[in-house]
Design a protein around this ligand. Sequence first.
Ligand code: C2E
Ligand code: MG
Ligand code: MG
Length: 591
Amino acid sequence: MAPMQSAELLASIALFVVAIYIIVRQVKAIRAEQELRETNQFATEIIQNAGEGIVVYDRNLRYRVWNRFMEELTGRAADEVMGRFAPEIFPHIREQHVDELLRRALAGEMVSSPDVHYWVPGTDRSGWVSAIYRPHFDSRGKIAGVIGLIRDITERKAAEQQIEYQAYHDALTGLANRRLFQEHLTLALALAQRRSRLVAVLFLDLDHFKLVNDSLGHSIGDALLRQVANRLKASVREGDTVARVGGDEFTIVLQELAKREDAAVVAQKVLRMISEPVDVTGHRLYVTTSIGITLYPDDGDDAETLLKNADNAMYRAKAEGRNMYQMATQELNRSTQDRMTLESGLHVAIERGEFELFYQPQIDVRTMRIIGMEALLRWHHPERGLILPADFIGVAEERGFIVVIGDWVLRTACRQARLFRDRGMPNFRVAVNISARQFRDQSLVQTIETALAESGVHPSCLELEITESVAMENVELTLQILTTLRKTGISVAIDDFGTGHSSLSYLKRFPIDALKIDRAFVEDLPDRVEDAAIVRSVIQLAHGLNLRVVAEGVETKAQLDFLKGHDCREMQGHYFSIPLPASEFTTLLES
Ligand code: C2E
Ligand code: MG
Ligand code: MG
């Protein structure tokens, strides 16, 4: 081959190689571009379809990437958020300090957020997310923004809350459980300590609940417990905690009590509400509960002590007969408890024959002879011994027992008067005390007439004593009642005169027969000049109104002399005799 030819050949080969190279490079470039496009598209697709939220912020916390997951999570399309300042769109970013995390990422840190509660303004969307933020670099290696990976943890959060709810609540009744109760109590105590307030803890245990469970089955037992829970919630205030702490055990915290007695008032309300019959799937059930009460600060200053003492008090309530409350503090207990025993005792006192009338003679001091007697009620309590009327008349009055008791008193007193009359004292008078409620009771006249008829006592030998305060409470009504009573032929005395506020104009109009000067004015006679003056004027007033006057509580010869000197003719008091049982009174009459 000629050299020229080979040089040409070489040149053309080189050209060819170059051409190939250029083509290959060209093709490569085209391919690379295509690949890049493909990669880009691929990346975009991954970002868009990721099962997590992917967000990119620029250095000014404006959105640069917002994937589909985020669109679905928030309901905000990418167009709505792109280029906008993040905290402006989602207020939780600032309020829950997410922006601080983003700034730390901008400073080069990789940070993970705590659980964050988000909500979308103007919609009802909200939930929980957690996120990881890391800086995002540009081609020159400088931080250009933040990439955030966002995870939706709403479901996990709900499950956690459910678990937490279960950990703090009783599944059957939805009430707080022991744990939550203890937390609430501790909180209430801390508050009460700061504000020097009272807190009460009530510990309840249903009476004989086991019987219901055993005889009717657990599903009825459960239904009963649910109803009890509802009633307990209904009997306390909003802020008070009711908890179920055991099978049939419940506890209540009462906050912000004004006074100690209020705990007893609530306990009584609870007792009342629980004892209402409960209808459970065709069964009418009657359930009661026993309650123990402790008070902060009296009975302890921590939750544990208060609960323990309330539990003990509850056991005492069980021992005392159930369906009642007991206070841990004995002293407080005694006063409220006394009342309870009195109340329940009064129910049965008549049929058990525990009442007795004592009689105190009334003397005509001119002849020094017994002209009558006042019947005074005594209660022989099986546990507490002899109880005086001052300690139970009030309760009997309040609870409405007084009418029945008063009825018994009237009949018994009349029967006794009849026995004395039969012993040769034709005008022997018996005085019977009448309480406010009895006085206003419609059946009073009927009761009196029955007592008189049964005993055969003449109406003029029966005197009713009503206190001055009762007589003056509603003067028009008093006038009416007295007028009706007068028609039966009995007499009426105003008792404890001087202690109430008599209206003299009414006193004048009342059809009455006698005034009884209260013991308080007689006590310091004759030395105390004020009392002496009052007694003198009461005697004069009585004479002026043409009424008899009886002085009560005469204990000394000096009192007797003073009263007699001012023309008080009838007297009663220890100087002559204390109130006596009927048999002893008979002996006195005979001597
Ligand atoms: P009252 O009707 O003013 O009865 C007089 C009270 O003074 C009686 O007290 C009597 O025992 C007491 N007393 C009598 N003489 C003397 C004395 O010389 N010195 C002192 N220190 N006390 C004397 P009691 O029996 O405890 O009765 C208290 C109140 O209970 C009575 O006051 C009366 O209001 C009421 N009460 C008594 N029995 C009945 C009743 O059957 N029904 C009603 N509703 N109330 C009754
Ligand atoms: Mg009296
Ligand atoms: Mg009196």
